[in-house]
Design a protein around this ligand. Structure first.
Ligand SMILES: [Zn+2]
Ligand SMILES: [Zn+2]
Length: 262
């Protein structure tokens, strides 16, 4: 049992309810204070999330495990975790990493973050993503190259004013705190106000994004950028931002998102 004083402190410091099922986390974990983490999702609900574990190492598209077995039997380690599309035509970015597949319940959290002003969800989601990033990259190893900065995919000023915030910026800010890489959120701006991407085909998205981003020439050009967004769908947005960065002299771009839609 935790003391009343500690419980009160936790109630102030942490939101008490699971973001999915609203169970009170402090009551659920009262026998072990250490289990109450900054991730406001109870252990039962965590099991409902589909982690994007079996995916293309380059574009993070989920791969089915049967395909993976066939590939590994060919003894081609570099190819075994790469989807057919990337094998044919490599994306401009070097590596994409996403924590989850975009389905229930992470979709609900991301929709609420984006459209229902639940900006508090950014911290919890970014914390999960930061743990996955640390596991995947092993940044504690001095020999592993580290991003010079974290850059959020920008919203056009008009849309950001309407919404009041850019959800990618909130996520990038939290990731920057967790991973200790500087945030550089003025590097890229969205110069064209484009129609919402969600109703467009992959081809239409690419066309829609042509010349949509521009580099802020007052900013120092980093060598290695970690680009952050909430969801990766066709990869058109990541492609367009990466192209702008590479054209400006950035040498490497990795893409980090909370979820990957297929
Ligand atoms: Zn729950
Ligand atoms: Zn791929």
């Amino acid at each position: 049992m935790i003391s009343e004083k500690l419980k009160k402190w936790l109630q102030i410091r942490l939101r008490n309810d699971c973001l999915i099922c609203s169970v009170n986390l402090i009551e659920r974990y009262q026998t072990s204070v250490s289990t109450v983490s900054a991730i406001d999702i109870c252990s039962q609900c965590r099991t409902q999330f589909t982690e994007n574990l079996f995916c293309c190492a380059t574009c993070a598209i989920p791969l089915n495990q049967a395909t993976q077995k066939n590939d590994s039997s060919q003894n081609t380690a570099a190819i075994e975790m790469m989807c057919g599309a990337c094998q044919k035509h490599l994306p401009l970015w070097s590596k994409a990493l996403t924590s989850f597949i975009y389905e229930y319940p992470v979709d609900r959290l991301l929709i609420a973050l984006k459209y229902q002003r639940r900006i508090d969800y950014a911290k919890c989601l970014a914390l999960i993503l930061s743990q996955d990033i640390e596991l995947a990259y092993n940044f504690t190893d001095v020999n592993i190259p580290k991003p010079d900065c974290i850059v959020p995919v920008p919203l056009h000023l008009y849309r950001e004013c309407l919404r009041g915030y850019n959800q990618a910026n909130l996520l990038a800010r939290e990731l920057s705190k967790q991973l200790k890489f500087p945030l550089q959120d003025k590097l890229i701006t969205r110069v064209r106000h484009t129609p919402q991407q969600s109703r467009l085909s992959k081809k239409q998205r690419a066309k829609n994004l042509r010349n949509a981003f521009s580099l802020n020439l007052k900013e120092t050009i980093p060598r290695y950028v970690a680009l952050v967004d909430d969801v990766m769908t066709t990869g058109s947005t990541a492609h367009a931002v990466t192209k702008t960065l590479l054209d400006a002299g950035v040498q490497r771009v990795d893409v980090w998102c909370i979820a990957r839609a297929e």
